[in-house]
Design a binder for this molecule. Structure first.
Ligand SMILES: [Zn+2]
Length: 998
């Protein structure tokens, strides 16, 4: 059984098997039948017990929730080990009384005895039943033995004890009116540890109850008096867990797999969401790992908090179900366990399945979906969790991880192990890595394997001796000795030094020195005091009142501090205020953070920063503007441990962010974060300047500008130092997309002047961002604006023209065939060839340095409604570029391939001089801060680099809210782009040039 991941899923301990003291076993009751006569005395001489394994259980189970009771009739197929067996033992819950045991038609003597102490299993509420065979079983012989037993399973789930995370409630098994949960740790059927058995269970419950089991549902009968369901799990598994409740069942097929939800009536409306999510995961991971190994996947709603993955089903607490826990780290994680952990099992040589499942679900899902920014963020979070929760002196090797009981285990057994698989993948390459995964599932299904087997398998499939790799990463503690500059995208498992982490609540949580400061007593302080008492009690944190510490911050100077309180909290805030970074303010009626002001009684803030007296520690301030703003956040405060600040409105997060590290000595912020850009020069000053592109010799630029008081763009050329600006277009109409022709004596650009001398009217966007497709045609002219030659004559839009570095052809975008597509032509406008034809927008083409390939942007609506909308806008000469993805193709239009899949507006791509990477502009990092002075949020566009296979996303710019139209100089030494950084007026953007630092 697998506990899942983050928050509810991961943060917790495993279900700990703390059984309650079981009441005296009932005497052989009416429910049980006639077996008392064969109950042998525990005092009888003990026969020598043989070694057996269980191969199959066929269980007739009756459940009575009202009385907490069950009765089982288990037909157990056992197999004798290497020696003859005369007697054997099974483990069973102490509260279950065996009525009789029989084999081959004969009753067998049996007696209970305590379980010998074991380090592996918690068997406090189990005992053993020793059974004497009627005749010896030969070595290897299989034998069928029937057990009839009954009793009460009544260990009500207890509230989890942790403060920081929601953990699964603790129970060893429960049958009651709220629901039923019985699993291997319940010992509700006679079992032998370490057996891998198949199971068939026919469960009888009261009418209206539904049982969720493993494998396939092979029979189901809902009668007036009872419901009878038969589940068959033919693939051997480590145990059998059943859940039951008064569920509404929904089912659908996904390929050959049945997907079902078992939800309480009040949540039945969520069925579709879960069924669709499960179908998407099953489909995606079947392609990665091979066919789904079970006939069915069920999602059950649990009556206590849990995130559990059993073979072929997941059991999520009602709270989780209602919070839409369909994310990769939640439902996705449990579904991946269907292959990894619940089909191929861990042996006792350490737990590799959690690391691999975490890698494939929590992390790799984002790569699969093309969300590379998110994938990078997941890698960063894995390193953060190790940095925060695993101090060097508490580290241990991955091989020692068995199961999770705290955050340190999570950081090592889940996150580090996941990063090890990431490094392994980069070491041996995608093809071999994924081939090895499919081999793992195909060869080791229904078997137990350990790290040594994993190492051998990957070595075999990759034809490499990977022992040094595994010895380094699995058998040894620690992280890679890699400098942050050498690994800006977090591909290596390295330790981020604690002092370099951005301030966050988790640094308070994990600091051995910490103090909690609570406000003076008044009615507004009540919610803080409740929180404080909880923290103090469970975490053993020292408490001070705001009055005690005073404005001098008594006792707070060499410790981490959690400062609770609102506007009336007292003088402690005066001490803390000294450490607030510039631009952050706490006021009686509001606060300012992240460049934005927040007001009003619904707002609360969690803000973390370095202790002003000792930056080795952090101060976290939880500051609410009213008790009502504090109450909904307080119980969940420690969920928000990873950010430097979070703004809450009525308890919901509306903004969050991380305080950047302090810049290194002598460096400016920009130089630190825009590491590729050196010596940034602003070439234009004021108004709108855009689309600046290099001449063939790299010494000049052509760009468009509204300078000289113009209402729309004209074309200009200038030197790369910004000198010698000269207009080259006609001054009539509007223009766009200039480009030098080979030889740099002429330029081309697109212009509307043939339609009229005025600026075309702007489209009325009504809140949406629309591009207007004017009646552009492409012209060439000399650098003096003379000898104008028209290259295109088709009606409608012809623009976005660029020229191959070898000077062979022009590529451009046109609507001539009633769709927006890319065309190429000779430099004189002849020999026009259409390169794209998929319905939707294709445009912005740019040649690779060797002129053999083209990168471009496209949006191909597949949904009929989207396509209709695209066509309707196109008919009005409009495009809504809210979603654009990058593509590459050969220069002749063949081999079109999508590069990004992030759903953002990715545009203005051009090639890096290496011909493999692409630089482009995108809003893929969502803006959480408002648009500054203007108020409302707006997207932020930055430049990014990405490999042409969609890997290796890297952010290039960090300044300003708009960065676009990047182009490398022909020799690769410089980058020109357009940005609003340093703008003096709203709507101003300028041309910038920087030296490129590789
Ligand atoms: Zn797991």
């Amino acid at each position: 059984m697998k506990n899942g991941d983050r928050l509810l899923f991961s943060e917790g301990s495993r279900i700990s098997f703390v059984g309650r003291k079981v009441a005296c076993p009932l005497l052989c009751s009416l429910l049980v039948g006639p077996g008392c006569s064969v109950f042998s005395s525990p005092g009888a001489p003990s026969p020598e017990l043989g070694v057996i394994s269980v191969q199959r259980h066929e269980i007739q189970l009756t459940i009575d929730p009202t009385s907490h009771r069950m009765r089982g009739l288990d037909r157990v197929t056992i197999q004798a080990g290497r020696r003859e067996v005369r007697a054997f033992s099974v483990t069973l819950n102490k509260a279950l009384v065996v009525a009789w045991v029989s084999s081959e038609g004969k009753l067998l003597p049996f007696y209970p005895r305590p379980v010998p102490p074991s380090t592996e299993l918690d068997t406090r509420h189990a005992h053993q039943v020793v059974v004497q065979l009627d005749r010896p079983a030969r070595a290897g012989e299989t034998l069928i033995v029937d057990f009839d037993y009954a009793g009460e399973i009544n260990d009500p789930p207890k509230e989890p004890r942790h403060l920081r995370f929601v953990t699964p409630s603790e129970t060893s098994g429960y049958i009651g009116p709220e629901g039923v949960y019985i699993g291997p740790e319940t010992y509700w059927y006679p079992d032998v540890p370490d057996s891998l058995a198949s199971y068939r269970v026919t469960a009888t419950t009261p009418p209206g109850w539904e049982v969720i089991g493993q494998g396939g549902l092979v029979a189901h009968e809902a009668r007036a008096d009872v419901t009878i369901a038969t589940w068959d799990a033919s693939a051997p598994a480590e145990g059998l867990t059943l859940a039951a409740g008064k569920f509404v069942v929904e089912m659908r097929m996904s390929g050959d797999t049945e997907i079902a939800t078992y939800l309480y009536p009040e949540d039945a409306g969520l069925a579709d969401e879960y069924l669709s999510a499960a179908a998407a995961y099953l489909d995606a991971y079947a392609q990665v790992l091979g066919p789904y190994p079970f006939p069915r996947f069920s999602i059950g709603e649990n009556f206590f908090a849990s995130g559990l993955g059993m073979p072929s089903y997941a059991l999520l607490g009602a709270g989780s179900i209602r919070r839409h826990y369909t994310q990769p780290y939640a439902l996705g994680h449990e579904i991946v366990h269907s292959w990894i952990g619940n089909h191929v099992f861990n042996d006792n040589d350490g737990n590799w399945a959690e690391g691999l499942t975490t890698y494939l679900a929590n992390y790799y899902w984002h790569e699969l979906k093309g969300d590379l920014q998110r994938a990078r963020e997941e890698r960063r979070m894995m390193l953060l969790s190790y940095a925060v929760y695993v101090p060097p002196d508490q580290d241990y090797p991955v091989v020692q991880f068995k199961r999770k009981s705290d955050q340190r285990d999570n950081a090592i057994g889940y996150n580090k192990a996941a990063m090890v698989f990431h490094m392994l993948r980069r070491e041996i390459g995608d093809d071999r890595f994924f081939a090895a995964l499919r081999t793992l599932v195909a060869e080791y299904g229904s078997r137990r394997i350990g790290w040594r087997d994993v190492e051998a398998l990957f070595s075999r499939v990759s034809s490499r001796d990977l022992h040094p790799f595994f010895a380094r990463w699995i058998n040894r503690a620690g992280a890679a000795d890699v400098k942050p500059e050498a690994d800006p995208d977090y591909h290596a498992f390295r330790r981020i030094p604690r002092r370099e982490l951005h301030p966050m609540l988790n640094l308070f949580v994990t600091d051995p020195r910490r103090i909690l400061v609570i406000p003076a007593v008044d009615s507004a302080a009540e919610p803080y005091r409740e929180l404080a008492e909880r923290v103090a009690k469970r975490e053993g944190v020292a408490l001070r009142t705001a009055g005690e510490v005073g404005a001098a911050g008594k006792d707070l100077r060499d410790t981490s501090v959690l400062l609770l309180g609102g506007p009336n909290a007292g003088l402690a805030f005066a001490w803390a205020a000294r450490g607030l970074p510039p631009g952050v303010e706490l006021r009686p009626d509001g606060f300012r953070v992240g460049g934005k002001d927040y007001h009003g009684s619904r707002m609360a803030l969690l803000f973390c920063f370095r202790n002003p007296d000792d930056p080795a520690h952090v101060v976290s301030v939880f500051y609410g503007l009213s008790p009502e703003a504090v109450k909904p956040v307080a119980p969940l405060l420690f969920f928000y441990g990873w950010n430097s600040y979070l703004v809450f409105e009525d308890g919901a997060v509306i903004a969050r962010g991380d305080e950047p590290l302090r810049p290194a000595e002598g460096a400016t912020d920009g130089a630190k974060t825009e590491r590729h850009l050196r010596k940034i020069r602003q070439l234009t000053h004021g108004r709108q300047n855009a689309e600046a592109y290099f001449s063939f010799d790299g010494r000049s630029l052509i760009f468009q500008s509204t300078r000289d008081g113009r209402g729309c763009y004209q074309q200009y050329v200038m030197g790369v130092d910004g000198s010698d600006v000269r207009m080259v277009s006609t001054g009539r109409g509007t223009t766009t997309c200039g480009f030098f022709l080979p030889g740099d004596r002429r330029v081309l650009y697109s212009s509307t002047h043939a339609k009229g001398p005025q600026c075309p009217p702007k489209p009325s966007a009504r809140g949406r961002y629309l591009w207007s497709l004017e009646e552009y045609d492409i012209y060439t002219t000399t650098l003096r604006g003379e000898d104008l030659v028209r290259l295109t004559t088709a009606p409608g839009y012809d623009a976005e023209a660029t020229i191959a570095p070898d000077g062979s052809r022009i590529v451009f975008t046109s609507v001539r065939d009633d769709d927006l597509d890319i065309y190429s032509m000779r430099l004189d406008g002849t020999d026009v060839k259409r390169l794209t034809s998929v319905p939707g927008y294709d445009g912005g083409p740019f040649f690779s340095p060797d002129s053999t390939r083209i990168v471009y942007r496209a949006h191909h609506p597949t949904d009929p409604a989207d396509l209709a909308r695209y066509r309707e806008l196109l008919a009005r000469n409009l495009v809504e570029p809210s979603r654009l993805e990058l593509f590459v193709m050969d220069a002749d239009g063949r081999n079109q391939r999508q590069v990004t899949r992030n759903g953002a507006a990715n545009f203005a791509p051009s090639f890096h001089p290496d011909g493999r990477r692409i630089i482009f502009s995108s809003n893929l990092t969502p803006s959480l801060e408002g648009g500054g002075e203007g108020g409302g949020a707006r997207p932020i566009f930055h430049l990014y680099l990405i490999n042409d296979d969609g890997q290796g996303l890297e952010q290039v710019t960090a300044e300003g809210g708009f960065n676009s139209f990047p182009m490398f100089s022909p020799d690769g030494s410089k980058l020109v782009w357009v940005s609003d950084r340093g703008a003096k007026e709203k709507g101003e953007f300028n041309v910038f040039l920087a030296d490129w630092a590789p």
